[in-house]
Design a binder for this molecule. Sequence first.
Ligand SMILES: NC(=O)c1ccc[n+]([C@@H]2O[C@H](COP(=O)([O-])OP(=O)(O)OC[C@H]3O[C@@H](n4cnc5c(N)ncnc54)[C@H](O)[C@@H]3O)[C@@H](O)[C@H]2O)c1
Ligand SMILES: [Zn+2]
Length: 383
Amino acid sequence: LANAADITQYVAIIYGWTAVNELFLDHGAAKTRVLVNTGLLSHIGEYVREMGPPPVVVVCSDETVAGHYGERLIAQLEQSGLRTRFHKFPAGDASKSLDELDRIYRELADARAGRDALLLALGGGVVSDLTGFAAATWMRGIRYITCPTTLESAVDACVGGKTAINHVAGKNMIGAFHHPSLVAIDPECLKTLPARDIQAGLAESIKHGLIRDADFVDWHEQNRDAVLACDPDVMAALIERNLRIKISVVEQDEREQGLRAFLNFGHTIGHAIEKHANYALRHGEAVALGMVGAAILSEKLECLTHADVERIRDLIASYNLPVTSPVPLDIDTVLQLTQGDKKALAGKRRWVLLKQIGEATLHDDIDDALVREAVMAVSPQAT
Ligand SMILES: NC(=O)c1ccc[n+]([C@@H]2O[C@H](COP(=O)([O-])OP(=O)(O)OC[C@H]3O[C@@H](n4cnc5c(N)ncnc54)[C@H](O)[C@@H]3O)[C@@H](O)[C@H]2O)c1
Ligand SMILES: [Zn+2]
């Protein structure tokens, strides 16, 4: 590939330069470029060079992903004439910690990384949240690239600029808005991802359809077998459509003043169940339960028809996602946890409901008795 034009032709699906970061004016024209293409990781060095080659690329990854793709990525970057360092941490949400953040800072210090250094996150949402936050804060902000390797991160976490680590005060409690300069998605990476994690990512995909795009809900119904078989072309199409929806929302409301809150559909009950189950469920599985609960609430508030609720439940179940909790739920505890959701506004729970399939709406407070019924409906004890 001789030049940038050749590289651009090589990539089948290109989002172009999507302005999602108008607020970071000190970076000039801050934009996130999102690329989706099979085999992309074998060309990543060329894209990095195209951005203006940094003196050092610090690649951050968890040990599992590093084992699958790390050496190949490092070799590719080095072949492109880039100086690299490879930083690894244990897989799992516990790595979104002050300690692991500090280890990245030390790696950056050892690499004598200045303002022009580049961080590259290779992995799922844990890796991109932690690495993105390190990039947001090192020397008041350096560039970073995300190469998502989970479906959850490819359809959701990789765009939008939210970066964070956890704290005893709560999950994602310390963070910053900092957009990656480039998101490079190679759907080939999904081949090594366990089926359960693919399905968990699909919960967010169904969510995007439910809140913004009724045709995409039909699409999920029609393409279920190909999606569950992880057909690469179908997955590339699915990822592209998800990112178009997420980018359109974030472009209009980066700081979650209104529209962006729609992305939390299913997350109020979902987060509560996730926490109550002590993270035994995948995030997407908890969100699936939360979406069923929120659909039931939507029906109770006369937005959604009963047939719509049944359709949503059937769709979720058809993707092997839970529609009743696989772990017992203590209803009072779950209700209490819904109140503690970080997204609660001035002490009030803010609910995302559906007006119809493909259209979301916000409700600032809902009667506890209705919420109880909705949680009961996804609880295994319910009859
Ligand atoms: N910033 C955002 O907008 C945003 C959005 C959604 C979620 N998140 C965050 O993302 C995190 C969850 O992300 P996730 O679901 O991607 O989980 P994850 O990053 O923990 O990855 C899940 C597991 O899959 C493994 N893995 C990753 N890619 C693999 C591959 N290709 N093959 C085999 N194994 C692979 C990982 O090592 C890990 O064990 C949470 O911390 C959540 O808060 C952030
Ligand atoms: Zn989510």
